[in-house]
Design a protein around this ligand. Structure first.
Ligand SMILES: [Zn+2]
Length: 208
């Protein structure tokens, strides 16, 4: 038997192999990290495997897209829409749920969010009606919002989307703002691309 035949031999049962390959398909994990994770779970049934299983089952059973803001959570309306400590007058519009989570990790935005579910793209055929834009306009039209932050990505499509939203919202009595683009924290000028430098120059502010 040569190496070819050996490659057909399995190290573990089909069930464990199936778990391994399911984990390996997750973003950020490859076959090697998946095998390490599986081994970890197998060795720690009570402290790791069972709590993970319980958490997955609970989330899977209750998974919902918030009908108000488009966030993904285990309740509809989502936790953020129901939180009375969040300022209803401030609304931050993002492309994806991942952007909402990223911004909220900063703990600097006390308001609520609206997830579009993508960005306008002529290339990919994404039109305004494919995104949660009408819902956003309806939220703003309902009143009670002072400021809408257009927190799109600093990409051509993100900025096209922001311009489109600004046009759709221009007749409402709300302040429109967008995230500043420019120097990353710890960034050295010499290493930055021209687009980032140009944005940083445009967004320059007085020294206080
Ligand atoms: Zn929500």
């Amino acid at each position: 038997m040569g190496a070819v035949a050996l490659s057909h031999l399995s190290m573990a049962s089909q069930e464990i192999e199936a778990l391994s390959s399911a984990l390996a398909r997750l973003p950020g994990l490859g076959p090697r990290s998946a095998r390490r994770a599986v081994l970890h779970l197998l060795k720690r049934r009570e402290s790791a495997l069972e709590p993970l299983l319980a958490a997955l089952q609970t989330v899977s059973a209750n998974l919902a897209t918030c009908s108000n803001c488009g966030n993904v959570d285990t309740s509809d309306p989502c936790t953020m829409c129901r939180d009375p400590r969040r300022d209803e007058r401030l609304l931050c519009v993002v492309e994806e749920v991942a952007d909402l989570w990223a911004l909220d990790r900063s703990r600097l935005f006390p308001g609520r969010y609206h997830v579009l579910g993508g960005r306008l793209s002529a290339l990919d055929g994404v039109r305004p009606e494919d995104l949660g834009i009408d819902k956003l306009v309806a939220r703003v039209a309902a009143g009670g919002i002072d400021e809408v932050v257009l927190a799109m990505n600093a990409t051509l499509e993100g900025q096209t989307t922001a311009h489109y939203l600004a046009e759709r919202l221009e007749n409402f009595p709300v302040r429109l703002s967008q995230l500043a683009h420019g120097l990353p924290v710890g960034g050295e000028l010499d290493y930055l691309d021209e687009g980032t430098l140009a944005q940083a120059l445009r967004a320059r502010r007085p020294v206080v």
